[in-house]
Design a protein around this ligand. Structure first.
Ligand code: HDE
Length: 723
C-alpha cells in the first residue's frame, strides 16, 4: 500500500502538475540575479560527470564495505574513508530555530514601481529599472522542523533584500499585530505556546492548557488572539498570504528627514484559506502541502508574486493617532492611513539545496541599510538583540560569510577569526585607524554610510509601561466587527475547538470572560460550546470607545478579495474508461487559464476515452489522492465512465467530501448523474443548458463552454470561507 502514504500522494502531485505544464518553465526562463551569479561562483556544485572522493579529495573505490581485518574480522580504525563519512554524518544536524523551525524558501527579485527618493534613500527604492535580489523564507511558528504545514498557526514571512548597500531583512508575519508589547515577555510566550514541557504534546498547535492559561492572563494578547482564531492562520497556500512588518519602522531620505513607515505584502493571487476540517485532513495526508505548493508553482513557472505596500506617517502626525504607534498589538487601519503599493516581488527560483540555503539563512530585523531605521517599539528593540544572538548559537560566529547570507556588495572590515572563518584578507593591518594598510578600509562619508536617525530621546530609566499601551480591546473589537457573519462563525468555531482541548475549566472560563470584553455575543456562544458560565455583559465591552474606526472591511478576507481567477488552482478530473471529449476540452481551457488540471482514476494505467482512439494516464489513483488536494472537481460525461464511477465508493466519497469543503464542482452530460446520486444540489441542468446551484455547476449537451463559470466558482470556493 505504498501509494497510500502521504509522501506518495505528494510526489505524484508534483510530478503530475509539472507534467501538466511541461515546457512552461523553459519558455519563461529562470531569473539570473546578482545573487544567483554569486552563488554560482562561490558555492554551487554539480556532481554530473564527477568521481566520488573523500572530503579531502581522495578518490574512493568502494562505499559498500569498510576496511576489516579479514573478511569476517573487525573494522580497522585506519579506514579513513569510513571515518570521514561517519564523522561528518554524525554532525549533520544543527539546532533548529527556536521558533519558526519549519519553513520553505525561494529566490526572486524586488522591483520598485517608481523612485521613492523623496521618502528614503534605501537602495531598493530608488530606480524602477533595478531588480534587487531577494531570498524569502515562509514558515510556521510553533511546530518543529518536521511538523505539518497546514496547522493553525501564524506564518512567518522573512525577506532578505541583497541590496547594493548591504542586506536588508524585513522579518515579518502574515498577521499585522503581535501577542505581546515588550520583547522581554517573548520567552514566556514561546514556552507557553510550544508543546508542554512534561510530555512534549501537542505538536504544531496551540490547542493546549499552557497556551490558553498564559494568554488568558495576558489581556494585551487579545487582539492577536482574534487574528489567530480567524481564517488567516490556515492559509491555502504560502502564495496566498499577506506579509506585515508589524512594527513601525522609519524611512529616512537623503536630507535626513524621517517618517514612520509600516510595511505590507499583498499577494497577487489574493488571500485564501482552508476550511478547518480540510486543513486538519491535509496535515495528515500531505504534511508538506504548503511547501510542495510553493515549490511546484515555481517549477511550473507560475511565479508567486506580492506587491509591497507602505503606510507613511509624518513624525508630527504620529501622536494624533488614537493608539501608540510603538505598540505592536495595534494596527493602523487603512481608513486612517491608506496603503500605497510601491513595488512588486517575484519568486522565480527554488533553492538548489535545502540545508545550505533555507536552513542556514539568517534573518534579522536589525539588518538595516541606509534609508531604513527602527522605531522605539519595545518589541522591535528586543528583537534587535535576539536574532543575531540566536544565529551565533544556531549557525555560528561567521554566519554572514555563508553563501546564502553573504551580501552581493563588497564586505571589508577588521573582523577576523571565529569558527569556520572563510575569508582570507591580505595585508597586515587588522585595526582602525592604521597607516600600514593605507588607512583602509576607509570610513564611509555620511552621505554613503549608515547614520542612525538622531531621534530625540528623553526620560528616566524605568521598567514601567507607557499608559498609551493600555487599551487591549478596542482593536480586537474592530477586527471582529470587520468580519462577515461567516468569518465570525469561523472565529467562534476556532475558539471552541482550541479551548475544548483545554482540560482546566478555570482557563476556559477566564478566556470566555476575557472575550466578553471584545464581544458579548461571541463570549456567550463560546461559553455554551465549552460548558462554562455565560458572562454578564461587560462594562468594558459596552463602555470602551472604539478607537479610530469601528470596522475596517480590508481586514475581512471575504470582503477584500476578488474571486476572479483560477490561476494556480488545481482541478481534479474524475475519469474512468469511456470518458467523453469534455476532458480534453476542459484540460486545454484550464491550462490556458493558468490552472493545473489533474486526472484521477481507479487504477494507475492509461485510461481509454469513449472513442477508443486516445488514452490518459491518470495523475493519481482514487485511493492515493484526496479531494483536499484540489480547488475544484470535474466529472465528465461518457456512459461507461460514469456507470463505473457510480460504482466506485472511494471516488464518490471524495466528491462528496469536496462538496463539504466548498470546492467548486462541475459535472457535464452523464457526469451530472454522479452529483445527483450524491444529492449535492437541488437544481441540475436540463438538456442543452447550464445550471449553478450552491457551488455545483451542471451542464448537459452543451459541450463544456463552462471554463469561465468553473473558474469563478473555483475562485470563490477556494476562498474556503464562503459558506
Ligand atoms: Fe521572531 N524570532 N521574535 N518574530 N521571527 C525568530 O530567530 C523573536 C517576532 C519572525 O525564517 C528567531 O533565527 C523575539 C515578531 C520570523 O529564519 C528568534 C521576538 C515577528 C522568524 C526570534 C520575536 C517575528 C522569526 C528564531 C519578540 C513578526 C523566522 C530563529 C520580541 C514581525 C525567520 C531565528 C526565518 C524567528 C526572536 C517576535 C517574525 C529567536 C525575541 C513580532 C518570520 O531570534
Amino acid at each position: 500500500m505504498a501509494d497510500l502514504s502521504s509522501q506518495g500522494i505528494g510526489r505524484s502531485v508534483a510530478n503530475a502538475a509539472a507534467h501538466a505544464v511541461q515546457g512552461v518553465k523553459g519558455a519563461l526562463g529562470v531569473g539570473m540575479t546578482e545573487k544567483r551569479q554569486q552563488l554560482n561562483q562561490i558555492a554551487v556544485q554539480d556532481n554530473a560527470n564527477t568521481v566520488l572522493t573523500t572530503s579531502s579529495g581522495v578518490p574512493i573505490t568502494t562505499v559498500d564495505d569498510s576496511l576489516k581485518a579479514g573478511e569476517r574480522g573487525p573494522t580497522l580504525i585506519e579506514d579513513f574513508q569510513f571515518r570521514d563519512r561517519m564523522a561528518h554524518f554524525d554532525r549533520e544536524r544543527i539546532p533548529e530555530r527556536v521558533v519558526h523551525a519549519r519553513g520553505s524558501a525561494a529566490h526572486g527579485y524586488f522591483q520598485v514601481y517608481e523612485s521613492l527618493s523623496d521618502l528614503t534613500r534605501a537602495a531598493p527604492f530608488q530606480d524602477p529599472s533595478k531588480k534587487t535580489p531577494v531570498f524569502v523564507r515562509l514558515s510556521t511558528v510553533q511546530g518543529s522542523k518536521g511538523s505539518a504545514d497546514t496547522v493553525r498557526d501564524v506564518r512567518g514571512f522573512a525577506t532578505k533584500f541583497y541590496t547594493d548597500e548591504g542586506n536588508w531583512d524585513l522579518v515579518g508575519n502574515n498577521i499585522p499585530v503581535f501577542f505581546i508589547q515588550d520583547a522581554v515577555k517573548f520567552p514566556d510566550l514561546v514556552h507557553a505556546l510550544k508543546p508542554e514541557p512534561h510530555n512534549e504534546i501537542p505538536q504544531g498547535q496551540t490547542a493546549h492548557d499552557n497556551f490558553w492559561d498564559f494568554v488568558s492572563l495576558l489581556p494585551e494578547s487579545t487582539h492577536m488572539l482574534m487574528w489567530i482564531m480567524s481564517d488567516r492562520t490556515i492559509p491555502r497556500s504560502f502564495r496566498m498570504i499577506n506579509g506585515f512588518g508589524v512594527h513601525t519602522f522609519r524611512f529616512v531620505n537623503a536630507d535626513g528627514v524621517s517618517r514612520f513607515v509600516k510595511f505590507h505584502w499583498r499577494p497577487v493571487l489574493g488571500v485564501h484559506s482552508f476550511i478547518w476540517d480540510e486543513a486538519l485532513k491535509t496535515a495528515g495526508r500531505d504534511p508538506d502541502y504548503l511547501r510542495r505548493d510553493l515549490w511546484m508553482s515555481i517549477e511550473m513557472g507560475d511565479f508567486p508574486e506580492w506587491e509591497l505596500g507602505i503606510q507613511v506617517i509624518e513624525e508630527s502626525e504620529a501622536d494624533k493617532l488614537p493608539f501608540d504607534i510603538l505598540d505592536a498589538t495595534k494596527y493602523i487601519p487603512e481608513e486612517i492611513v491608506p496603503i500605497r503599493y510601491i513595488g512588486k516581488m517575484t519568486l522565480n527560483r527554488n533553492p538548489d539545496e535545502f540545508f545550505p540555503e533555507t536552513e542556514q539563512a539568517v534573518f534579522h530585523p536589525g539588518h538595516l541599510i541606509p534609508g531604513i531605521d527602527v522605531s522605539e517599539d519595545p518589541l522591535l528593540q528586543g528583537r534587535l538583540f535576539s536574532y543575531t544572538d540566536t544565529a551565533f548559537h544556531r549557525v555560528g560566529t561567521n554566519f554572514n560569510e555563508l553563501p546564502i547570507n553573504r551580501p552581493v556588495c563588497p564586505v571589508h572590515n577588521h573582523q577576523r577569526g571565529g569558527f569556520m572563518r572563510h575569508t582570507i584578507v591580505k595585508g597586515q593591518a587588522n585595526y582602525h585607524p592604521n597607516s600600514l594598510g593605507g588607512g583602509c578600509p576607509a570610513l564611509a562619508s555620511a552621505s554613503k554610510g549608515y547614520v542612525h536617525y538622531p531621534a530625540p530621546v528623553i526620560g528616566r530609566k524605568t521598567s514601567n509601561r507607557a499608559g498609551s499601551f493600555s487599551d487591549h480591546f478596542s482593536q480586537a473589537r474592530m477586527f471582529y466587527n470587520s468580519m462577515t457573519d461567516t468569518e465570525k462563525g469561523h472565529i467562534l468555531g476556532a475558539f471552541s475547538f482550541e479551548l475544548s482541548k483545554v482540560s482546566t475549566m478555570g482557563i476556559r472560563q477566564r478566556m470566555v470572560d476575557l472575550l466578553n470584553k471584545v464581544d458579548h455575543d461571541l463570549s456567550v456562544k463560546l461559553a455554551d460550546n465549552l460548558g462554562v458560565k455565560a458572562p454578564e455583559k461587560s462594562e468594558v465591552e459596552s463602555s470602551t470607545k472604539v478607537l479610530g474606526v469601528a470596522a475596517s472591511p480590508a481586514l475581512s478576507i471575504i470582503k477584500s478579495n476578488k474571486y476572479d481567477t483560477i490561476r494556480g488552482r488545481m482541478v481534479g478530473i474524475y475519469i474512468m474508461p469511456g470518458y467523453d471529449s469534455t476532458v480534453s476540452e476542459l484540460m486545454g481551457a484550464l491550462t490556458a487559464a493558468g490552472a493545473v488540471p489533474l486526472t484521477l482514476s481507479a487504477k494507475g494505467g492509461p485510461v481509454p476515452d469513449a472513442s477508443g482512439s486516445s488514452t490518459t494516464t491518470p495523475s493519481f489513483t482514487f485511493s492515493a489522492s484526496s479531494s483536499t488536494q484540489f480547488d475544484a472537481l470535474f466529472i465528465p460525461g461518457g456512459r461507461k465512465s460514469v456507470d463505473a464511477l457510480l460504482e466506485n465508493v472511494p471516488a464518490l466519497v471524495q466528491i462528496a467530501e469536496g462538496f463539504k469543503h466548498l470546492k467548486a464542482i462541475a459535472a457535464v452530460n452523464e457526469g451530472v448523474e454522479v452529483v445527483q446520486r450524491l444529492s449535492l444540489m437541488v437544481k441540475t441542468a436540463e438538456d442543452n443548458s447550464v445550471a449553478v446551484d450552491y457551488g455545483v455547476i451542471t451542464a448537459k449537451g452543451v459541450g463544456t463552454g463552462m471554463n469561465g463559470k468553473l473558474g469563478k466558482a473555483a475562485g470563490m470556493a477556494a476562498g474556503a470561507v464562503s459558506g
